[in-house]
Design a protein around this ligand. Structure first.
Ligand code: GDP
Length: 197
């Protein structure tokens, strides 16, 4: 898919105020600092589209971007930030859960995982929760340029193995680097394929 246009549409704190659910929608989510904003900018080829390196946990917004006037890319707030209160975490869960479980036009959730680390409980728990809800999701491993391909493959394999205890079919994964701009074509091709169906 060629990105012809990518524009910010709106930020929301309330699922009742989202844009009309008339276009297919793809959500991107992961721990704070996973590289989500950088990946969104790399995917859309727009440097400042998603704001990078915001203070973790500060603003909890659902950001909609419209791509090629055909589909929405949705930037969801990061989960698992250390510097936040219990109340913030509870609010996050309520808000994101409401969005994920109620949005009819949501086609797929892309779960971003830092490829440098061994499987983290918070990421696995989130995937299990998506599975329980019957929400389709795919995995994106980020920051692959930070270590050797062998190390990345090992961490990916460990994550897949952990998921295989719960999922008969472990969702497809993409290995990416926003820095090296790798893995983005495959993600856009997948979105294209889903949009065609
Ligand atoms: P977010 O909080 O998930 O939106 O994460 P950001 O996109 O703001 O990235 C967090 C930090 O990781 C920033 O310092 C980025 O420059 C860095 N980063 C993000 N993606 C990559 C990547 O693919 N490679 C490298 N080397 N650094 C990255």
């Amino acid at each position: 898919m060629l990105i012809k246009s990518a524009e910010f549409v709106c930020s929301n704190t309330d699922v009742r105020q989202l844009p009309a659910a008339q276009l297919p929608e793809y959500a991107f989510i992961g721990r704070s600092n996973v590289g989500k904003s950088s990946l969104i900018n790399a995917l859309t080829n727009r440097k400042g589209l998603a704001k990078t390196s915001q203070k973790p946990g500060k603003t909890q917004l659902i950001n909609h971007f419209i791509i090629n006037n055909l589909w929405y890319l949705v930037d969801l707030p990061g989960y698992g930030f250390a510097q936040t209160s219990k109340k913030n975490k509870a609010d996050w869960q309520k808000f994101i859960r409401a969005y994920l479980t109620q949005r009819e036009s949501l086609q797929c959730v892309f779960v971003l995982i830092d490829s440098r680390h061994e499987p983290q409980k918070i990421d696995l728990d989130f995937c299990f929760w998506l599975g329980e809800q019957g929400l389709p999701f795919l995995l994106i491993f980020t920051k692959a340029d930070k270590q050797s391909a062998v190390k990345t493959d090992q961490n990916v394999a460990k994550f897949r193995k952990a998921l295989s205890k719960w999922f008969e079919v472990v969702p497809q994964n993409f290995i990416t680097s926003a820095e090296a701009k790798t893995g983005t074509t495959a993600i856009l091709a997948e979105i294209d394929a889903i949009n065609q169906n």
